[in-house]
Each structure stands twice: as structure tokens, then as C-alpha cells.
Design a protein. Structure first.
Length: 378
């Protein structure tokens, strides 16, 4: 039950990497995990609950290195009234905001910080619009390691306060989301601290795959569609990886629900890439949006996100701020589910996909409710 001995290799040039690296030292490419094969009885630890229930299919860390706050095992709420209002039948909401720090990021963070602790790394650096920063900060506190979180100066006050309460150093940066990443990387280069950047770090993505494992275990039937608010895309990539890992490449592609990535029309590079048949995101014009968590102009894993969308027969859709805010209200008032605007974008996207006939009335849909309403009261 100790987990899987993985290796790291550059996605672009194939060079083998050290487990302490987060990108290729030769070409700067992102790293992918290399996994050995599994036998069918090796998937779960029945004595454990949540993310670490899937420890046999997660990268190996020593038992004493695991840093957990009880993440994962999130329930699915079926929202019949909301669904009926949109001429849909079965819409399940996976309540990811019930994770310990109020967002889905904890799945990736528990894996990443446990990996860092197993290597004895003493300081983590992260850049985030808020949720991943709050998550890394909390798990770093739990692990007893130092964390420095670079955030956009415009990040919601509730998220910044959450980061500071658990004792992390917060560094607000003026400018775009990309400028925040550049500042974090400059500090990584200067200090030699471990880069915990959730959109790039392969261990973070490996933890995200547990979202798929829970869907597979919990639902008898495979949902036909999965709707995900998407900026950096760690959940899209992690989920697609998860299905292919749980089954095999071919069966995983067949069984994975159609992945629909929802973006804000203020920042929709993936939508542009799908529309124009591109493998990477193009340069786009952007405007401010209420959905700050998905305001990512150049997602580092763009190729993998686009692959996950295309190979599952999914789509990318952009929604406007007024649709996002209207759906946030509607969801709260009809179902009691209070999410942040970034998450509400997924419901606006689902409404659009239903209206356009991409999702049929009798199709089973699961939506990832990624972040809690209290994080960004607006
Ligand atoms: Zn390389």
C-alpha cells in the first residue's frame, strides 16, 4: 500500500529528471510522471478514506511523510430543481468546496506537499489567484514547512486572509496572472526553494486524478458529461489521466466523461484554441472577469487540457460575467449551494451547453463545484 515508484521525464525532450525538479533542466519543458503497470487488485486501500484511499495508485511517499487534513471523499448532490429549470435530467454536483480549505485544490496539494516532505524540502513557493495559495499555505503549516505565496494584488480579500492566518508569507504582485508566476519563479531561482506551482507541478496533477477515482467508485453509471470551470486546467488533466490510469489508455478514453471546459469570455484562450483547431493556446485579448480563479491567459498545460477535451469528445465554452453571477444566485436560491463566481461559471456553461443541444435532456452530467462562496463573497 506504499504507493507507486514513479520517475519523472521531460514532456518535450524526454530527458530524465530528478524528483526534486519541477521542469526540465535542459529545455525548460514540463515534466510528466512515468508509471509502472498495475494489477487490478492494487487500486484502493479499503481502510482509508478520501484521497489517500487511492494511495496504491498515487506516487509513493513514506507513511510518515503524508500531510493530510482529511481531503477528498466529497459527496455528490443531485440538483433536480436547477436541472428541471434548464430542461436537464440528472445533474450531480460534486461538492469539492467541502475540502479542508474550501476548494478542490486540496487533492493536488496533499500529494504535492507530501512529496515535498518525503524529500525533506523546507520551503515551498507557489503562485495562485487565491485557492491554490490558501491550500498550499495550510498544508505547509501542517507539514511544518515554510511557504511563500505570490498572489495577484487584486485577489479576493477572503483568500488573502486565509493564506495569512495559517502563517504563510504573502507577496501581492501588480499586473497579470502571468506576472505573478514570473515573480514566483524569480524567487525560486534566487532562493532554491521548491516550486509548488499547481499548474505545472506533476505531483499536484497526480493528486487531482483522485477526483476521477471517486467518480468511478461512487457512481454505478459513468456520467456522459463532466463540466469543469477551467483556467490552469489541473482538474481536466488530472481527471482524464485518472480514467486512463484506472483502466488503461483505450478503455480510459472510452469511459472518461466528455470533458467540457468552461471559461470566462474575459479570458478564454482554450475556447479560441478549440475554435481554431490549435494544439496550444493562441494570444488573446482579455478583460477583467468576476471569475478570477480561471483567469489564466497561458495555461502551462494547455496541450494536455486540449487533448483531454478533444479525446473525450468534449468542448470549451465561454460565458459572460452577468451569466456567471445570475447562475450563482440561482444555484444558491434553488439548491442551497453557495459557490464562488469562478465555480458558478461552470453552471453558466452547462446552461449554455443544454440550450445549444450539446448536452441532451436525458444525459447524466456531473459538475465540479470547485470553490466555496465564502472565499469570494463579491
Ligand atoms: Zn526537456
Amino acid at each position: 500500500m506504499a504507493g507507486v515508484d514513479v520517475a519523472l521525464r521531460c514532456r518535450d525532450c524526454g530527458r530524465a529528471a530528478d524528483l526534486r525538479d519541477w521542469r526540465c533542466t535542459r529545455c525548460g519543458g514540463l515534466l510528466r510522471l512515468e508509471w509502472p503497470g498495475l494489477t487490478p487488485d492494487q487500486r484502493i486501500d479499503p481502510a482509508a478514506r478520501g484521497v489517500w484511499r487511492y494511495r496504491p495508485v498515487l506516487p509513493a511517499v513514506g507513511a510518515s511523510a503524508i500531510v493530510t487534513l482529511g481531503e477528498g471523499a466529497t459527496p455528490i448532490a443531485w440538483i433536480d430543481r436547477w436541472a428541471a429549470a434548464h430542461r436537464l435530467g440528472q445533474v450531480g454536483v460534486k461538492l469539492e468546496y467541502l475540502n479542508p480549505t474550501g476548494s478542490f485544490k486540496d487533492r493536488g496539494t496533499t500529494m504535492l506537499v507530501s512529496h515535498a516532505r518525503s524529500l525533506g524540502l523546507g520551503r515551498l513557493i507557489e503562485d495562485s489567484s487565491g485557492n491554490a495559495g490558501a491550500s498550499v499555505a495550510a498544508y505547509a503549516a501542517r507539514a511544518g514547512v515554510e511557504a511563500t505565496i505570490f498572489v495577484p494584488a487584486a485577489a479576493p480579500a477572503a483568500k488573502r486572509a486565509q493564506i495569512e492566518r495559517v502563517g504563510a508569507t504573502i507577496v501581492p504582485i501588480d499586473g497579470t496572472r502571468e506576472a505573478v508566476t514570473e515573480a514566483a519563479l524569480a524567487e525560486v531561482a534566487r532562493s532554491g526553494a521548491y516550486y509548488a506551482g499547481h499548474n505545472a507541478n506533476p505531483f499536484f496533477v497526480a493528486g487531482m486524478a483522485t477526483f476521477a477515482y471517486e467518480l468511478i467508485e461512487e457512481l454505478g453509471a459513468t456520467p456522459r458529461h463532466l463540466v469543469i470551470p477551467t483556467g490552469g486546467g489541473s482538474l481536466c488533466v488530472g481527471c482524464f489521466d485518472g480514467y486512463r490510469r484506472w483502466f488503461d489508455e483505450k478503455a480510459g478514453c472510452q469511459r472518461c466523461p466528455r470533458i467540457h471546459a468552461v471559461q470566462s469570455s474575459g479570458c478564454a484562450p482554450l475556447v479560441a484554441a478549440i475554435e481554431h483547431g490549435l494544439d496550444r493556446v493562441p494570444a488573446i485579448r482579455r478583460n477583467r472577469t468576476v471569475a478570477g480563479g480561471i483567469e489564466v491567459e497561458r495555461p502551462p498545460r494547455d496541450r494536455e487540457i486540449l487533448q483531454a477535451i478533444r479525446r473525450t469528445g468534449g468542448s470549451a465554452v465561454a460565458v459572460d460575467d452577468d451569466e456567471i453571477l445570475a447562475q450563482r444566485r440561482l444555484l444558491a436560491r434553488t439548491e442551497g449551494i453557495d459557490v464562488e463566481p469562478t465555480t458558478a461559471a461552470a453552471f453558466a456553461g452547462l446552461a449554455r451547453l443544454a440550450k445549444d443541444g450539446v448536452i441532451a435532456p436525458d444525459d447524466m452530467v456531473v459538475v465540479a463545484a470547485t470553490g466555496a462562496g465564502w472565499k469570494d463573497p463579491g
